[in-house]
Design a protein around this ligand. Structure first.
Ligand SMILES: Cc1ncc(COP(=O)(O)O)c(C=O)c1O
Length: 285
């Protein structure tokens, strides 16, 4: 939920959002030259912090941005949760790091230019009818770059895909590359085929989702077989279940893809088992 007034973190300080001034020369503004991370907060507790921290460190290293304070992120996030009155609430911590402020030249600025770091904590409202009834998604061509494993700020293809989904009355857009489902505009995708949970392998075509990871671990505990292999679009009509996985959407069953009804058009048993197991993990925080 967007909030106009909140306390944010900006380059080492906690500041009211309206006091944050970001330069028009910031490379995040000019080139989308930066990376980000989103952590779910449940009843004031951060979820899967270590995994988010590892992925952020990897994104930063892949794009060669140094943020020496990265290990302070959990403390910064907890402070933001507290000062924004979310200690008993559900919310999202957002952090983005750009390559800093410099004249508009494509190569990196001098190493002495510090990164720009901005973070927020804001409340979220769950949408229970999504879990109860399942959602509709659309398929769109995956026109993104070749390093979707990096959580880059450059999200124009994802933005266009999500907007198209909204305009077509759907809740998520799913990317298709070379006839294969890669992932959603802001989620990973998993299907159930012959009782096996199938999800795109972890490579440069998808973001290594934390929710995807958690769900794969849950499958192991629950004895649900997993195959990390590409799912072809032509196989969609014989898919028993489909679901999207993400920090904000958690485990959300998909019941319709364009004009194709998945299974009997209702959330399937494996998605429901995973959702319950995910809830139990959150409940144990
Ligand atoms: C493109 C994309 N894929 C997958 C995900 C899911 O990742 P996570 O479970 O870590 O939120 C996201 C989340 O923002 C995303 O943007």
């Amino acid at each position: 939920m967007w909030r106009e007034h909140m306390i944010t973190y900006f380059n080492g300080q906690l500041l009211p959002k309206e006091s944050v001034h970001i330069s028009p020369d910031d490379r995040g503004f000019v080139f989308a030259d930066g990376v980000y991370e989103v952590i779910h907060v449940y009843r004031g507790q951060l979820f899967a912090t270590e995994q988010h921290l590892r992925r952020l460190a990897n994104s930063l290293s892949e794009v060669r941005i140094a943020w020496p304070d990265i290990q302070r992120l959990p403390a910064i996030a907890r402070e933001l949760v507290k000062v924004n009155g979310l200690d008993q609430s559900d919310g999202l911590v957002y952090v983005q790091i750009t390559r800093g402020v410099a004249p508009r030249l494509h190569p990196f600025p001098d190493e002495s230019v510090p990164p720009t770091v901005y973070a927020t904590a804001s409340p979220v409202e769950p949408v229970p009818e999504h879990w109860e009834r399942g959602i509709k998604v659309i398929l769109v061509p995956d026109i993104r770059w070749g390093r979707c494993d990096i959580k880059s700020l450059a999200l124009l293809s994802n933005v266009l895909a999500a907007q198209e989904a909204k305009e077509r009355g759907a809740d998520e857009a799913i990317f298709v590359r070379d006839g294969v489902i890669t992932e959603g505009a802001r989620t990973n995708v998993a299907a159930v085929v012959d009782g096996v949970l199938v999800t795109h392998p972890r490579d440069h075509r998808i973001l290594p989702g934390i929710t995807r990871n958690v769900v794969l671990e849950l499958c192991q505990h629950l004895g649900i077989p997993v195959r990390e292999s590409p799912l072809a679009v032509i196989d969609l009509p014989r898919v028993e279940e489909l679901m999207i996985l993400g920090t904000t959407k958690e485990v959300t069953p998909v019941v319709r893809v364009d004009e194709i009804t998945i299974g009997d058009g209702l959330p399937g048993p494996i998605a429901q088992r995973l959702e319950r197991a995910y809830r139990d993990l959150i409940g144990a925080l």
